[in-house]
Design a protein around this ligand. Sequence first.
Ligand code: CA
Length: 231
Amino acid sequence: MSAKRILIVEDEKPIRDMVAFGLRRAGYEVAEAEDCREARARIADQRPDLMLVDWMLPDMSGLELTRTLKRDRDCEDIPIIMLTARAEEQDKVGGLEGGADDYMTKPFSPRELLARIQAVLRRAAPGGGEDVIEFDRLRLDDSSHRVSCGEEEIALGPTEYRLLHFFMTHTERVFTRGQLLDRVWGGNTYVEERTVDVHIRRLRKALEPSGLDRLVQTVRGSGYRFSNRDA
Ligand code: CA
């Protein structure tokens, strides 16, 4: 499994450096931004698995940024931990109502931050951290990378597997080819959008013997949806 990517949004460089150092040492990949504008650019480069967002930022408050991201369909499920120097309970409530997944008051120990990050990542794992995801008659076991329909095992290539895993954890929603590239292939891979169609075809072909290719629906002019309702 590749390293989880964490985006730190913090304007105070000493704190940013300290947090980045601790995270890198713990095996995380780290991206940094000093304000909200830069944070949006880093997210567009490559979607983080989790964000640490400072409350007080120069261009927009961290709370505002969190609210904006939680309203954005592409970003709504990025877990966010708010960092703040303010200890008031009122702020804590505000941060969590704004959509933050957890909250840390400065100064915090690197060890405590790591523990919170791990807990939030565990909760945010697709399928609520479950290894087995089921949808319709499909069963995907992420610990063994096996996909089956009843007793029949379905053989998939690695990309088709990731694509199916993404679909099974994001059912009933339309994704454009660009969004699928971003979410399944990762934001900084330079792959043509047609590549998505190739892998969609392979996935359908693999699901065809079980009659489950109908789950991978083409939404004309938009993209694809994974659904067991009629298109
Ligand atoms: Ca600050």
